[in-house]
Write a new protein. Sequence first.
Length: 363
Amino acid sequence: MAIKHLEEYRDPQISRKLVEHLKVVSQNPIRLMEVCGTHTTSIFRSGIRGLLPPTIALLSGPGCPVCVTAQNEIDTFITLSRIDDVIVTTFGDLMRVPGTNSSLQQERAYGSDIRVVYSTFDALEIAKKNPLKKIIFLGVGFETTAPTIAASIRTAVEMKLDNYFVFCAHKLLPPALAFLMEAKTTNIDGFILPGHVSVIIGLKAYLPFFEQYQVPCVVAGFEPVDILQAIFMLAEQIENNNPDIANGYQRAVTYDGNIKAQKVMDDVFEAIDASWRGIGKISKSGLKIRKEFASFDAEEMFDVRISETEDPKGCACGEILTGQKIPTDCLLYKMACTPETPVGPCMVSSEGTCATYYRYHAT
Ligand code: SF4
């Protein structure tokens, strides 16, 4: 179906047609995972789940940046914020994520200097204006945000700033897909791949994964028609037993991706094994600042990483992030855990599955 203009991606008539086609194509039960938190939110907001034939189940995956940040990383951020001459800068979603005994929001109330910024340039400005302070930017997220944070380190070099540091807790998406296939804890028949990560890494970044596992994959945009189209493409591949890796978001995603962004990321970061919340260590799924830029690496310069912590008791974030459970399976959901009193990060982030269920789910 050729779609030319943005408004057509929200057109109810096109959506209806796609749903009708889906009902014809989808004959056998299938389980599709939307990896990205933005997709989860779009799916709930637009009511897509209610339109699908009963053969299609959608699972939410590990694609919310705050949700996959490990508990020990949150505790480390809190410890960093308690150092006297430090100003911690962060994107807003991290503020309310509970650590073992506190949160950044609580630490700010106790007097730590923690500032919410909208970009790394704000953090660089704070560093420039406060030469006697040490400014630490908390780098969380996927390939979408990693290039701008890498670029901020390069800018700090150009600006000759010696008081700007990044704590790098970035995660990489393709290794997480491989982990899900290897773990076999959830049967996944196809993946709706994230649009914005794919803008950076391009379709080619998924090829090794696809070649190894031969599981249907479609990159999707975030409008209702984008998502329905991706589901239709996946259902067709599965029904025809013709797995493929397809680009359903051609207006934004190319085969090669954003080469400049990839280059700055590669210049500044290297891949390392990383721990994901509730999941554990995944090989080569995280980023570390390269030795050449070690003087900007908060982990090297402050030596405060907390290695072992336990996830909150009773919180099922790990199982939810891997599609083994849904929020209503968690005994704390809507009881001890609400957006006002979050127990786990999946209830904090605007893209967290638990928060999305809470906002849009009827029960
Ligand atoms: Fe964790 Fe709360 Fe979600 Fe349960 S409802 S899994 S406690 S975030």
